[in-house]
Design a protein around this ligand. Structure first.
Ligand code: APR
Length: 311
């Protein structure tokens, strides 16, 4: 039997993730959305592309969660996206309510699933999902670092005119303006970019990475990025489905690691069939530690704001 992944939210990110999961033949896919007809229509459309794309992944769309029963992974993309001028945090109250109700339904039908959260503000939504699900911390994972690092990698590759495949990059911290790109751990065929680019250029690339989501929002005007976010979520899902033990930067619930307690923050983790199998602790410089603590404080602010919201 194929593995089963449910994608909640059949909008831009969700439908693109469903397409990539199916076309890579990683699993069967169930798309769920509150809008009647949309998940069904998109799943059918994707299924009709299958003979041409040459895969046998089964795609189903539904409005009820029954169809999602016994999923191995549930990717949550439901919510409203950012509009120009909106920060990820403006989404807090609306998406909190959505993630609460979605998580409740998801765990009712898939109590063993691993949750990959995509909805923004990402780190805060991970808190909502872990609280509502009652799941262990290895089974609730936020998609942020893979996307932010991919943006950093794309910008480094373009700047140096080398293949994106040669670039490794690392972005830690919350998925917001305080994220922490780490040039020291970002390499071109193994060589740190600090040896290849001057500090001014690196600062430009770091700034563009931090602003990567907003750059796309400002261009699209009617929504936020979805091709790269979908790719990032699918890379995480693939690592889990194939038990790859792949080290990727993800939002993980920290219990003292990096001096952070009881908070979702982006750090390198090892992803395998159990979800987060290890949190990888790097030796950070004082400056890097300070930047990470600053980013964690921004996540904490959102968590505190949510505590005041009540039900
Ligand atoms: N249950 C299921 N689906 C829902 C719910 C809900 N309670 N509320 C909203 N949705 C659906 C919408 O109907 C829509 O189809 O979520 C989908 C969101 O899709 P888009 O509006 O296209 O947004 P998208 O660009 O996919 O972004 C989704 O991911 O990257 C983040 O910030 C982004 O939080 C946003 C999320």
């Amino acid at each position: 039997m194929n593995k089963k992944v449910t994608v909640v939210g059949a909008g831009n990110v969700g439908a693109t993730a469903a397409q990539r999961l199916a076309e890579k033949e990683l699993c069967d896919v169930v798309l769920i959305d509150i809008i009647e007809g949309v998940p069904q229509g998109k799943a059918l459309d994707l299924a009709e592309a299958a003979p041409i794309e040459k895969h046998d992944a089964r795609l189903t769309g539904a409005n009820s969660y029954e169809a999602s029963a016994n999923s191995d992974i549930v990717i949550i993309t439901a919510g409203i996206p950012r509009k120009p001028g909106m920060s990820r945090d403006d989404l807090l109250a609306t998406n909190r309510k959505i993630i609460k109700s979605v998580t409740r339904e998801v765990v009712r039908y898939s109590p063993q699933a691993i949750l990959i959260i995509v909805s923004n503000p990402l780190d805060a939504m991970c808190h909502v999902a872990i609280e509502e699900s009652g799941f262990a911390k290895n089974k609730v994972i936020g998609m942020a670092g893979v996307l932010d690092s991919a943006r950093f990698r794309a910008f480094i590759a373009a700047e140096l005119n080398v293949s994106v495949e040669n670039i490794q990059a690392l972005v830690l911290g919350g998925h917001g303006d305080t994220m922490v790109p780490l040039p020291r751990f970002s390499t071109v065929a193994g060589v740190p970019i600090t040896e290849l680019l001057d500090s001014e250029k690196i600062a430009d690339l770091v700034k563009r990475t931090r602003n990567g989501g907003a750059e796309i929002v400002n261009l699209l005007k009617t929504g936020s990025a979805y091709y790269a976010p979908a790719s990032a979520a699918v890379e995480m899902a693939a690592a889990i489905l194939k038990d790859k033990k792949k080290i990727l930067p993800c939002a993980a619930y920290l219990n003292g690691e990096y001096g952070i307690n009881g908070l979702f923050v982006g750090v390198p983790v090892k992803l395998g069939s159990a979800g987060i199998e290890q949190i990888v602790c790097l030796n950070l410089t004082e400056e890097e530690k300070k930047a990470l603590a600053h980013s964690a404080a921004a996540v904490q602010e959102l968590v505190d704001a949510m505590k005041k919201m009540g039900e």
